[in-house]
Design a protein around this ligand. Structure first.
Ligand code: T5A
Length: 208
């Protein structure tokens, strides 16, 4: 039986990485064989592309170049990691996927959703997640969390409030258009409360 493909989305500091660990632990407890991965990245080649995308030295990277690099890494990720794992009956949980491209390159960089859709069709040929968790959080809180974490900021984290506000609104818009695929979580709640909602959604997916 084919496994399920779950993705985690949201702005910076929304809690994706933290809750990815929770999801991994919970699904393992339920006896589910799973693969944890991320975008951009997930494969050797994809991680090399991630290095280019996040590197602050590439200040002049154009939005189109950024968009195509995201999909180049994704093409490799889908064909060599995600689809084989699903076919082997494993669940795949990815920290970000194509919704991030719509939010960051489509909305925040201003390329527009219409420019992305044909590339998505070409690369993915209808392939998409079974469920996408959107960690929704006021941008200011996300930025405070990132600052408190104290890591060095990457090329995206250097952007300003308006950029991240566009990201947030794009996620909410996409989730409102296809509510059956998305599970929008209020990520400003305490972690324990967020994780109760995640657990409920995971239980629904396990039963399906
Ligand atoms: N990108 C990616 C694109 O532009 N287009 C694309 O197509 C794709 C795939 C990748 C970058 O690439 C861009 C988007 C990104 O800028 P990334 O590796 O996904 O970057 O990294 P970020 O989104 O920057 O992820 P972060 O690590 O910053 O955020 P997380 O993972 O959402 O947050 P997390 O879990 O590290 O939490 C941040 C802090 O908050 C605390 C945590 O303990 C941590 O300290 N926290 C909470 N505190 C209180 N209450 C809660 N509920 C909390 N949840 C977490």
């Amino acid at each position: 039986m084919r496994g399920k493909f779950l993705t985690l989305e949201g702005g910076e500091g929304a809690g994706k990485s933290t809750n990815l660990r929770f999801i991994e632990h919970y699904l393992q407890q339920q006896g589910i064989d799973l693969v944890i991965t991320r975008e951009p990245g997930g494969t050797e080649l994809g991680e090399a592309i991630r290095g280019l995308l996040l590197d602050k030295q590439y200040k002049t990277m154009t939005a189109s170049c950024e968009l195509l690099l995201m999909f180049a890494a994704r093409a490799q990720h889908i064909e060599t990691l995600i689809k084989p794992a699903l076919a082997a009956g494993k669940w795949v949980v990815s920290d970000r996927f194509t919704d991030a491209t719509y939010a960051y390159q489509g909305a925040a960089r201003g390329l527009g959703f219409d420019r992305i859709a044909p590339i998505e069709d070409w690369v993915q040929q209808g392939f998409s997640p079974d469920c996408t968790f959107v960690f929704d959080l006021p941008v200011e809180i996300g930025m405070q969390r990132v600052a408190q974490r104290g890591n060095e900021v990457d090329r995206f984290e250097q952007e300003q409030l308006a950029f991240f506000e566009a990201v947030r609104q794009a996620y909410l818009l996409r989730a409102s258009r296809s509510a059956e695929r998305y599970c929008v979580l209020d990520a400003a709640q305490p972690l324990e409360a967020v994780q109760i909602h995640i657990k409920n959604q995971l239980n629904r997916l396990i039963e399906q």
